[in-house]
Design a protein around this ligand. Structure first.
Ligand SMILES: C[S@@+](CC[C@H](N)C(=O)[O-])C[C@H]1O[C@@H](n2cnc3c(N)ncnc32)[C@H](O)[C@@H]1O
Length: 307
């Protein structure tokens, strides 16, 4: 599988191939084994959805092209598309979430980034560590913005069998993809699938021990309300795992965090105390240069409810 992936990248994007080939040296043997396991596991799954590896790579490259396009505009004007045209961008975002073809391709591309981007690989590893560390206290698990469903499926494998799992997303396409993934890897898995805007989600008195919200905050106009809502839904000893990014323009990124401190302050204003975090710039440069040049920083944290 790896050889096929390398051959396709060599043909389609030598620059992406070069970046990918530099990773084993930086991330070590564990990363290389992870890539092989990931491809062995997920290529047959994608094929079961009618997507061969080449089309998943195409979707990934399309996502990267789009990201570069908005990055160039961001460097020129210093703004996300939403900051220039809120209504038009919101409309495009809604259309994307509803569009089976485009959303499926976007999520397939994003799921490949979990092995192709250093930041996404490290965040996935951190996600696993946090779940394993706290699994004994997780009876009710809620994931907000499940997207491709990879984190949800991973959590399903790691959590105790008796725990209740809930998958929420605003996009019907994301929930459908998660459904396929769950059916493929965890036949007849018991979990609740909830299609809702998280801010409208209203479950009488239901609370959760662990909420996961991966790459959702930047997709919303008011991430502060998302923090507030998660705090309300967490039990007193509950925990929130979240990831987001600083200066990461995309068509569906509505909120721009300008600094890592900006993320921390927003969480803390909602009385969520960060107890562990990962800060991973998209380029391997000193942090001062990353900040000065507004290079994307990926961020993930585990937060607890402050008393
Ligand atoms: C970029 S994907 C993240 C997928 C995955 N969690 C990850 O970390 O890779 C963002 C997901 O959030 C969902 N989303 C965006 N706004 C939402 C909202 N207001 N309520 C619930 N889900 C939302 C989108 O439909 C999409 O599936």
């Amino acid at each position: 599988m790896l050889d096929t992936l390398l051959t396709i990248f060599e043909k389609r994007s030598p620059s992406q191939l070069k970046k990918f080939q530099a990773l084993p040296k930086q991330l070590g043997q564990q990363y290389s084994s992870h890539v092989l396991n990931y491809l062995d596991k997920y290529v047959p799954y994608w094929e079961s959805l009618g997507l061969d590896l080449e089309s998943v790579i195409d979707a990934y490259l399309k996502m990267v092209d789009q990201y570069m396009y908005y990055q160039v505009k961001f460097y020129k004007h210093g703004k996300y598309p939403y900051e220039k045209d809120p209504e038009g961008t919101l409309q495009k975002t809604r259309e994307l979430y509803e569009n089976p073809h485009d959303m499926k391709a976007y999520m397939a591309g994003l799921s490949l980034s979990l092995i192709l981007w250093k930041s996404h690989y490290l965040i996935t590893s951190f996600f696993r560590e946090c779940i394993l560390q706290h699994k004994e206290s997780i009876n009710d698990y809620l994931e907000v913005g499940v997207g491709h469903g990879f984190y949800f499926s991973e959590a399903f494998s790691l959590l105790n069998q008796g725990s209740r799992k809930h998958a929420l997303d605003i996009s019907p396409v994301s929930l459908q993809m998660t459904g396929h993934l769950m059916e493929y890897f965890h036949e007849n898995a018991a979990y609740e699938s909830i299609q809702a805007d998280f801010l409208q989600f209203n479950k009488k008195k239901e609370q959760f021990d662990y909420i996961v919200m991966g790459e959702v905050l930047e997709h919303t106009e008011r991430p502060d309300l998302f923090f507030e809502k998660t705090r309300q839904l967490l039990r007193p000893e509950g925990k929130l795992f979240f990831s987001t990014c600083v200066n990461c323009p995309m068509i569906d990124h509505l909120y721009r965090y300008k600094t890592v401190d900006g993320i921390r302050e927003m969480a803390e204003t909602s009385n969520l105390r960060i107890v562990a975090e990962r800060i991973i710039p998209a380029e391997d440069l000193p942090m001062s240069e990353v900040v000065k040049n507004k290079i994307t920083i990926n961020y993930a944290a585990l937060a607890v409810k402050d008393k």
